[in-house]
Design a protein around this ligand. Sequence first.
Ligand code: PLP
Length: 394
Amino acid sequence: MLKLSEKMGRLGTETAFEVLARAEALARGGRDIINLGIGQPDFKTPEHIVEAAIKALRDGHHGYTPSPGIPALREAVAEDIARHRGVEVSPDRIVVVPGGKVTMFFAILMFGEPGVEILYPNPGFPIYQSMIEFSGAKAIPTPLLEDRDFSFDAEQVLSLITPRTRLLILNSPANPTGGAMPKPEIDRLVAGLADHPQVAILSDEIYARMNYDGHRHVSLLTYPELENRLILLDGWSKTYAMTGWRMGYAVWPEALVESATRLAVNCHSCVNASAQFAGIAALEGPQDAVDQMVAAFDQRRGVIVDGLNALPGIRCRRPVGAFYAFPNIEGTGMDARTLQNRLLEQAGIATVAGTSFGAFGEGFIRFSYANSVDNIHRALDRMKTLLDERWPRN
Ligand code: PLP
């Protein structure tokens, strides 16, 4: 009998991948499935980025690279941060990793152990809670509430900090809610954190470029008082439609760069060399593909939010970021998992139950609107049929 370590029993997962597998199995069996489940842009990686990777392979970039990334890439990241976040950071503080997830994995492993508390958004990206529990630390949820548009409450977050708190995880714009942290609330949080100098902050800003309705993304990096304890997570996956390339980066506090690099050496050595060249092309090349993608998401956001609000039993806040709608489905009389399963099995629509993002996600379903307007309309029609069957009109 094989015996696994006890912590393996505490490792969670990301249900979106299970939904994707089930949706693909149904599609292989001939079902017409509309995928509003997985969180990835439906656009292709822009051509000039693909070409840069092909050229890198042809030029013979087949070998290992420095573990935190090739110097030109780290410099390109620093320049991009200056352009989009208005902050100068040294390329030496940047560690490139295979995807945004790897930074959270490293940060939570660095701080988490039994006796420690880590605060994380709930509903939130499921890997936060999974990794916190895996590390042996206690996962303390900071609830994101519908009646605040899934924004966040600085006072409430500060009130949850104890002497055992080592890490605070923030995510804005957010998965799965599409909510975002407004500047006044961030100001209050940062002011309050001055009383808790032992707390490091992991700011997951992977959706930083996807904002709507005039919302302006405010990076935690713009607060110099956090410089020695802020880990900024970002990457290429969402911004450049590069989820499968596995490219992410973090800006680490100077004192943690060596630890992050050591984890990288132990884990993956370095990121795929040709993908790193693609990463440079993405940051330094034309950005019109990003703008077009965000404009398309904005249009789809209007279609899905209005469409959901017209369905019986469903109400949906207007998200200001990312590419998710997170409607309240309590009025359908079904719990989140039941509705997710019915939508997939009966209506052929892949979505993800809110509970996959934590206990505070009960009563909600996540729709990724990274799909065509036509498909969103078809999904809404099918949902209407499913829900009308439950509430037949007289
Ligand atoms: N952070 C958040 C909030 C996400 O939603 C995701 C992906 O869905 C990630 C990080 C991970 O991104 P990557 O695919 O680059 O690992």
